[in-house]
Design a protein around this ligand. Structure first.
Ligand SMILES: Cc1cc2nc3c(=O)[nH]c(=O)nc-3n(C[C@H](O)[C@H](O)[C@H](O)COP(=O)(O)OP(=O)(O)OC[C@H]3O[C@@H](n4cnc5c(N)ncnc54)[C@H](O)[C@@H]3O)c2cc1C
Length: 433
């Protein structure tokens, strides 16, 4: 494989491709969806399945936002454990959301099967690994909360975790058999393809530049055309491009970057994640690692590559790889890329009521299952005229002062932790954060 600088592994390896025309002229639809990631494509697919006339506008190519850049862990819940979700949403709404999200991986893998999406689906579960002995407390707490709501999660001892991960840098793990991994960009493009096959009209390279609300619906304009629609779903999440007449809800931008090795030779592939689980750790500044279909190891961590401290993060990643898997210390890293996560203060996604429409955002790093679920449920609520389908209570206002500053706080934390690891000369991830 030849690598084009600046392109992600997912762009290099996707077998799903989609050609969608630029919007030109004046069209009308029952529903206009803005943003072609998991949320927008799932909403368009579901609405088209329900018989609605749907128009989906994507500023760039499908999956160009977070959906084409992420780790590809299909989790069965949010970042927060259930009791914290209940504390934020109230017990009834919180328990309902946890129940819906528990079923999200099954829904994702079902959609992949139904629409024959070629996105490397592997349902071998995930391992949330203790990065240091202190991380075990967090895992025990999560295990207790998840087991209490019937999740089939299992705590693995240090030796079990070491054998599953193929690294003695882990101190135990929480195994979730409901979860799995996918090629994330291919999943986004596959959802878009499925929506198109159901009759939705999809337009790439068609950024929405203005939005007007009328008594009977919406008028949406791109540089080349307009769409009149009764309903609207705004699904631009962490990647909103400016739209006149609309203020995108603010979220805290958190940068996360990844790098992929060359495919591992058989002897290493038999040792490192031989069962193909996706992993992340309990570090305050977390990191993740997984394999892909070709046997590459993909490792990532929080941090912004394009700012002055980018080198600190790249150096840290190299050392992290060497610390976790000494056999890979000098193994080539072939691709490196980054993405922006949209965090909310509560770490719970929000649906804002726009009146005859919704804006949905803030998956806080957990958007594959949740984005698929929220997109489908927003379509159910609008086209089926049944707001009770929404997975979270509607928000009528959203203010997040100093969102950019809060993002800088995460970036500073990541830089300091990665710098600390560099100064301590640590090859291992056991800097106890
Ligand atoms: C590095 C990284 C790692 C992650 N890891 C995971 C993980 O392992 N598991 C997991 O579940 N989640 C993960 N996430 C989160 C997940 O990727 C996101 O939550 C999810 O992709 C959000 O999907 P979305 O459709 O809401 O938004 P996006 O995929 O960001 O799509 C928004 C789209 O809107 C388009 N757009 C913006 N403005 C306009 C406009 N004016 N007109 C038209 N289109 C517009 C953009 O071009 C973009 O394509 C990760 C995120 C990142 C960045």
């Amino acid at each position: 494989m030849t690598h084009e600088p600046g392109r992600s592994l997912w762009q290099e390896t996707t077998r799903e491709v989609l050609s969608a025309p630029v919007l030109t002229g004046e069209v009308s639809a029952d529903l206009v969806v803005i943003g072609g990631g998991y949320t927008g494509c799932s909403a368009a697919l579901r609405a088209a399945e329900m018989g609605a006339d749907v128009c989906l506008l994507e500023a760039d190519s499908f999956g160009a936002g977070g959906s084409g850049r992420n780790v590809g862990l299909v989790n069965a819940g949010l970042w927060l454990p259930p009791e914290e979700i209940n504390a934020a949403l109230g017990h009834v709404a919180g328990a309902r959301l946890s129940e819906l999200l528990a079923a999200a991986p099954a829904a994702v893998f079902d959609l992949i099967k139904t629409h024959q999406i070629d996105c490397e689906p592997v349902r071998s579960g995930t391992l949330h690994c203790a990065h240091a002995p202190s991380g075990l407390k967090d895992l025990h707490n999560r295990h207790r909360q998840l087991a209490a709501i019937g999740a089939p999660v299992r705590l693995l001892s240090r030796s079990e975790a070491i054998a599953r991960v193929g690294s003695d840098a882990v101190h135990g793990a929480l195994f979730d058999p409901r979860a799995g991994t996918i090629q994330p960009l291919a999943y986004a493009i596959g959802l878009a393809r499925a929506a198109m096959a159901q009759g939705a009209r999809l337009h790439a390279q068609s950024p929405v530049v203005s939005l007007d609300r009328h008594a009977t619906g919406w008028l949406v304009a791109t540089p080349g055309g307009t769409v009149r629609a009764r309903h609207l779903i705004m699904a631009t999440n962490a990647y909103p491009q400016p739209i006149a007449g609309y203020a995108a809800p603010a979220s805290i931008p958190v940068s996360y970057f990844q790098a992929a090795t060359a495919p591992l030779p058989d002897d290493l592939a038999n040792e490192i994640l031989p069962q193909g689980e996706g992993c992340w750790d309990t570090g305050l500044i977390m990191s993740s690692w997984r394999r892909d279909r070709a046997g590459r190891l993909i490792i990532g961590g929080m941090g912004e590559l394009s700012h002055p401290a980018g080198r600190v993060h790249s150096n840290w990643l190299r050392r992290k790889l060497a610390g976790m898997f000494p056999a890979l210390a000098d193994y080539p890293l072939e691709t490196q890329w980054a993405g922006k996560i949209a965090m909310t203060t509560e770490h719970i996604p929000k649906i804002i009521d726009l009146g005859q429409g919704f804006a949905c955002f803030g998956y806080s790093g957990r958007g594959i299952g949740p984005g698929t679920l929220f997109g489908r449920r927003m379509a159910d609520a609008l086209i089926g005229e049944d707001p009770s389908q929404l997975p979270v209570p509607l928000s009528h206002h959203h203010r997040l002062p100093f969102a950019g500053l809060r993002g800088a706080y995460y970036e500073t934390g990541a830089t300091l932790i990665h710098l600390l690891a560099e100064r301590s000369g640590s090859r291992s991830p056991a800097v106890d954060q």
